[in-house]
Write a protein that binds this ligand. Structure first.
Ligand code: AMP
Ligand code: MG
Length: 492
């Protein structure tokens, strides 16, 4: 990696290793200025972690950078090119409303992309305006930070700046905003698809070498198996990530291949949402009529996306295509097994089980079936089991549940761990709060009108989801049943 480091008062320490890839991979450009930027929210702890001075970021100069009115010192802003399968169809995409400012090297030597989202049109904008609305950018801020606090790998949100401009959306005119997104990188499965489609095997190799260097430096750059290892590591991270989503009831909503990061982080908080009532087929996205990205489909789609990824690597896996395909197929099976293992291990922890028994699978499946049948709240059911407070839910009154509960109690008594140890495991595996849709909506509604108190309170509660505090109990309430199905929208 190149070492080109500049320092300013803000603490920028930017490198631009992505720009060392062939020209095809990006278009250099400056952000498009906005009329009157105003800081809506700044993530001070994250700024500190990045080695940035939060006070300086709040200053006029700092806000100008976060708004895209001024490039940060040492940055080389560029829009990244990528492709992607959107709902199964391959399209050329690219950063249509985002710009990579540079890669911040933190005081402890980590490297993070600093990206503006909503920063105006680029060479890849197609018909779009390149802009983003304040509500959806604050939504990404809330949910990505909640995911981070839940221990789920994710891109993070450094700041949201209101642009002072209005943008036009289907629902009317909305206040515009720019989000500063922080990511281990923005390399996607779609970046590889772009390289394979628009370039040659040399471009794919250059990208694969770059991804290896950036995310898996422990793999020797001369190792003849390095491209296989790249795939294995990416697949392993996805198998963990998607298991973590399932365990908290997170539905990404738009798992297109351009929205699957090579780093294993959750990326692109468009139509995502958390499930209240447990149902495996839950879908929130207004455009996902077929349920392609429904809750229970996510692990399968993860495999489908990884298949698109490995396809781009085939010539690097073996000289003989048939051999390469056989290797790829074996690895895709490994992904499915790893997902299953991670998910089961996570579910056992949610039920306080330290060891593994053959019957655990049916114990877990039977609980989920009962939850579905009795329309139980996903998060609250596990919290109720954790604290033995089996009240106020139809599920707990069902005779089949009583039966299941005795089986579970017997199962717990067969392991040597004490009640306290079981409680501790369950407490730290079952969050007290998730960013419930009605709470997120209430916070956004107030914020867009200029009152950030509801949002600040929500963020505080979500910052420590395993605290199981008194204040969190209020936030654990599911929405009123009268409020109807929740819908989310893309690209806003
Ligand atoms: P997404 O659904 O957010 O993953 O976006 C899919 C593609 O559409 C990406 O290439 C985005 O950059 C692009 N895009 C989304 N919204 C806009 C917009 N308002 N203007 C231009 N491009 C956009
Ligand atoms: Mg995207």
């Amino acid at each position: 990696m190149t070492k080109k480091i500049d320092k300013t008062e803000i603490g920028w320490n930017l490198d631009n290793s992505y720009a060392s890839l062939p020209d095809k991979f990006y278009t250099s450009m400056n952000p498009n200025p906005v009329s009157s930027p105003k800081l809506a929210i700044l993530n001070k702890p994250l700024a500190g972690h990045l080695g940035l001075n939060a006070e300086a970021l709040e200053s006029e100069e700092g806000v100008a950078v976060l708004a895209g009115n001024r490039a940060p010192e040492g940055g080389n802003p560029l829009a990244q090119a990528y492709a992607g399968h959107q709902f199964g169809y391959l399209t050329m995409l690219g950063d249509g409303r985002a710009l990579l400012l540079g890669e911040q090297i933190t005081p402890d030597g980590q490297r993070f992309d600093i990206q503006l989202k909503g920063s105006g049109r680029t060479a890849y904008s197609r018909g779009g305006d390149g802009r983003a609305a304040l509500g959806p950018m604050l939504r990404e801020y809330i949910i990505s930070e909640a995911m981070h606090a839940l221990g789920i790998p994710t891109t993070r949100s450094l700041a949201v700046v209101a642009t002072g401009e209005t943008i036009r959306r289907e629902t009317g005119f909305l206040p515009g905003a720019v989000l500063t997104r922080v990511a281990a990188s923005h390399l996607r499965v779609g970046t590889f698809q772009y390289a394979a489609g628009a370039g040659s095997i040399d471009e794919v190799r250059a990208l694969a070498d770059y991804a290896l260097q950036r995310h898996f430096p422990e793999i020797d750059s001369k190792d003849p198996e390095r491209y296989l290892k790249l795939f294995q590591e990416v697949a392993k991270r996805q198998a963990l990530l998607i298991a973590k989503w399932q365990l908290v009831g997170f539905i990404h909503g738009v798992m297109n291949t351009d929205n699957m990061a090579i780093s294993g982080e959750t990326i692109d908080y468009g139509p995502c949402a958390f499930m209240d009532v447990y149902h495996p087929k839950t879908v929130f996205s207004s455009i996902d009529a077929q349920g392609r990205y429904a809750y229970n489909n996510q692990p399968i789609i993860g495999g489908w996306n990884l298949a698109r990824f490995v396809e781009t690597l085939l010539p690097l896996l073996h000289d003989e295509q048939e051999e390469a395909v056989a290797i790829a197929q074996t690895q895709l099976k490994v992904y499915a097994e790893q997902f299953h293992e991670n998910w089961h291990a996570g579910m056992r922890s949610k039920l306080g089980l330290f060891n593994e028994e053959a019957e655990d699978e049916s114990l877990i499946d039977d609980l989920l079936k009962l939850m579905q049948e009795h329309e139980a709240d996903y998060t609250n059911t596990f919290v109720a089991l954790t604290f033995g407070k089996l009240e106020a839910a139809e599920l707990f009154e069902a005779p089949e549940f009583t039966e299941w509960h005795s089986r579970w109690q017997e199962r717990l008594s067969r392991q040597q761990q004490s009640k306290e140890e079981v409680l501790e495991l369950m407490r730290s595996s079952n969050p007290a709060v998730i960013p419930r849709n009605h709470r997120v909506e209430a916070a956004l509604e107030a914020a867009v009108k200029g009152d950030y108190r509801v949002l600040e309170r929500l963020l505080a509660v979500l910052a420590d989801p395993f605290a199981h505090s008194t204040e969190q109990a209020e936030y654990a309430q599911p929405p009123e049943p009268t409020s109807g199905p929740y819908q989310t929208f893309c690209g806003t």
